[in-house]
Design a protein around this ligand. Sequence first.
Ligand code: ADP
Length: 395
Amino acid sequence: MSARNILVINCGSSSIKFALVNEAQATFPLQGLAERLGSPEAVLHWQLGDEKQSLEIPGAAHLAALEQLLPLAQEAAGGKIDGIGHRVVHGGEHFTGSCLITDEVLAAIRANAQLAPLHNPANLIGIDAAFALFAELPQVAVFDTAFHQTMPEHAYRYAVPEFLYKEHNVRRYGFHGTSHHFVSKRAAEMTNLPVEDSCWLTAHLGNGCSTCAVVNGESRDTSMGMTPLEGLVMGTRSGDVDPNLHSYLHRTLGWSLEQIDRMLNHDSGLKGLSGLSNDMRTLYEARISGHPGAMLAFEVFCYRLAKSLAGMACALPKLDGLIFTGGIGENSSAVRSRTLEHLKLFNFKLDEQANARCTRGVGGEIQAAGSPRVLVVPTNEERQIALDTLALLDV
Ligand code: ADP
């Protein structure tokens, strides 16, 4: 059987990220982004092999963008695409793993849209458009939440009245599951430990950030909750705040729920603390030149991350290693180093040369002698989505 090709689609409200994943190739034959969909500035960017190109597609919505993408994907796949894997943000309690998309699955994704009103409807648009264009191909939904469905009840319940959980789905779900799953599996491979007998703390640090405790290949706790706002300081998201902040801002400033939601999701985090940027690279430069906001944002980010990792350790019977991933985790030796300074009780020590070497896709172990393992593991959510899709094609 020749190596199979999976088209991976991650559909947002006005964008589509895509990659063609070949099961036998380490790099993607095709990858790209359609953005500003539905507007006069809609544009498709792609990289086919080493060649980068862009095409303006004014006014194009998701279906039209996928139509443009189809011949590119077919060319890159040598005419044979075997299946499509869709990232879907919220699977609620219904989905404990990836699944072939059927009418019942579509109905359940729709039913979960209340839990992720910005994401699931956009994911569904992508699925509908892909079915319209690739009717004959098997399509698979891969959920950000599914990996965390193994959390025990004491980790996923909030201390609020029971009916809110039983009747209104109020509980912790967790996100970034595809990434936590991929990097914990990869770390086991890198250290020659069996996945089913290894325990990891993972820190996915991108624009969104979360930590996870992975025991024998299963999530036992994670820092994000009912929505991706809970937990760590992120690019523009606050992470944990006192829940009474809502009523305080309403009473004292007269802010509406929409204003408070916008502030916590879009104007907080690194951006809010620094008053400068949500981008860790910018903050790193500014911090070196003494910008007080950038220094504070960096310190709060690392301290809160360390505090979350220490909390996650409660879910582990042993620790085989701490894993950094995501744009910040894979690239910022400064964040890794500062975070571990707050975790002295765990005896973490870094080999600073190995730490500095791990950047731009280079992974590896970065601990000094005598320290528990610390690994930098580049994540690859597209590959994990393709692997899940392939596994379901085999069934
Ligand atoms: P997303 O969550 O959107 O996929 P990424 O995983 O690409 O985001 O992470 C984006 C973050 O990674 C940004 O804060 C960016 O500044 C940071 N980042 C990327 N490269 C570096 C670097 N060399 N040093 C520090 N931070 C970096």
